[in-house]
Design a protein around this ligand. Structure first.
Ligand SMILES: [Zn+2]
Ligand SMILES: [Zn+2]
Ligand SMILES: [Zn+2]
Length: 291
């Protein structure tokens, strides 16, 4: 006889939670009073935290993060709320953190694991070999390792690793790699999900990876090329180009990592309307996707 509870558990599956859908600096951006930033200060529902997602079990047995943003404190609150933790208990319910790359919004949250903050011990950091070397050599990460707050464990890019109910593998991404490499992740659960918050340009290999997935959550830093005067220094493919390249894709595409200048942040904009009409989805903080 089949066990009803196991059936129910399987049915509920795993969840991916968007903890932060902003570009590294989030929305509002520090010191900025553009329309999107002003609006997000007036109405907190328009706020977007630093880029991060949680992979968690529907029965709340595990929770892994991809990236540790500067807003980790608020994001842990979000997770604890989902886990229905007693707010009075000190809790850091994270089993491990996968890192994509060293830019600010993707690793700044690690610093809050140290002595000045929660002083948590032995959080496993899953990362590339180059990222491990970076963490071991530079303050404050070096200090966090010495104090045993974090323990980096490197993986081979492209190798599938198994954790609880899911497997995860990584792929190399062209991005401004000042210190280390950048990876995107492929999460293999009931569905296959690609998480790719940052890239400089699309390659045929990466488009093929997205094509093979059920869901892809991809870089939406900018809607169009004319959005930021210094955009040549910050090369992300604009959403217009991404939508053109993926227009015939059967993969469910979510955009994330929105810069404060992105026109789709304005709910009344024609850019937002057109994006949704083309069948693309816009991620937001707190979005839960069954995977
Ligand atoms: Zn980023
Ligand atoms: Zn702004
Ligand atoms: Zn980056």
């Amino acid at each position: 006889m089949r066990n009803f509870y196991i059936d129910l558990f399987v049915e509920l599956g795993m969840q991916l939670v968007i903890l932060g859908s902003g570009q590294d600096a989030g929305v509002p951006q520090i010191g900025c009073y553009c329309d999107n930033c002003v609006k997000s200060r007036e109405d907190k529902t328009f706020r977007r935290l630093g880029p991060s997602i949680a992979l968690m079990d529907s029965k709340k047995k595990f929770c892994y993060l991809i990236d540790a943003s500067q807003d980790l404190k608020d994001q842990i609150d979000m997770i604890n709320e989902l886990l229905q933790k007693d707010p009075s208990e000190k809790s850091f319910p994270i089993d491990g953190i996968f890192l994509t790359h060293t830019h600010y919004g993707h690793i700044a949250g690690l610093w809050s694991l140290g002595k000045e903050c929660i002083d948590i011990k032995k959080i496993i950091i899953h990362c590339t070999q180059k990222m491990k070397q970076f963490l071991e050599n530079y303050h404050p990460f070096k200090h966090l390792i010495e104090q045993e707050n974090i323990t980096p464990i490197p993986f081979e890019i492209g190798t599938k690793q198994h954790y609880n109910e899911f497997s995860i593998s990584s792929f190399e991404v062209p991005h401004r790699n000042e210190y280390v490499d950048t990876v995107g992740y492929i999460i293999h659960a009931t569905k296959t999900v690609v998480y790719l918050p940052d890239l400089d340009y699309w390659t045929e290999e990466i488009l093929a990876i997205i094509e093979q997935a059920d869901i892809a959550i991809v870089d939406a830093s900018f809607y169009s090329k004319d959005e930021l005067p210094r955009m040549t220094n910050v090369p992300h493919p604009p959403m217009i180009e991404t939508m053109e390249r993926l227009k015939d894709s059967t993969t469910e595409i979510y955009f994330t990592h929105f810069n404060h200048t992105n026109k789709t942040l304005d709910v009344t904009s024609k850019e937002r309307k057109e994006t949704l009409e083309k069948g693309f989805k816009l991620a937001y903080d707190g979005l839960i996707i069954e995977v």
